[in-house]
Design a protein around this ligand. Sequence first.
Ligand code: PEP
Length: 250
Amino acid sequence: MRQPLVVGNWKMNGSRQVNQTLLTEILAGMDSVTRCQVGVCPPFVYLAQTQAQLADSRIAWGAQNVSPHAAGAYTGEIAVNMLQDFGCTYVIVGHSERRSLYGDTDALVAEKFAAVQAGGMIPILCVGETDAEREAGHTEQVVQRQLSAVLTSQGIASIANCVIAYEPVWAIGTGKTATPEQAQAVHAFIRGLLAAEDSAIAEKVQILYGGSVKGSNATELFAMSDIDGGLIGGAALKAEEFLTICRAPE
Ligand code: PEP
């Protein structure tokens, strides 16, 4: 049975003071989170603070992006070994905001995915369709293309050590959540694609749902058989709301 996982993506939010309070409040509520693995992904500059505050806790932390390059003249970029240096477990790759605002292509996402795994961390690979793509009936085609970029270059074995996040772009930060049935259908499709290559790996990989998950809708989403938790944006910035989501799979 797959363990549920809830990861907070803080995006470009926070300050030292705000993070300190948020993490203190989340830590204080962790006793009632018994079954779920929990992680947070702050902005890069707060990884040291996050590491210091979470070091002896059950909460893992990670980054929201990474360079595919190991080192060198890449002004403004952050390398895998730097994230290792700060004890990261997870690195989000292919978030739709990176894809749409910063030109992260399927091929670049696959390179980042490979770099993260080579560095001993776990990529959280985001896939998902836009509103127009869903309206046009292309959801499966888009998700398959995004997944194939990694499968073709890294092989099915690489999926054994990653997390997949299905995040319909139209549901991210919009307050519009996919229904549990809509989300389950895509999760089952993803698992089916993986199962066609290796059923044991497909059965084992955690597939998270992301897109306006809140305390009030997490339970029904996480109850679906192929939804193994969530990647949480806005609701991860409020301790009580985030904890409610983390308790949803109990
Ligand atoms: C996200 O950014 O990954 C996300 C799911 O955001 P939100 O929960 O705010 O929709």
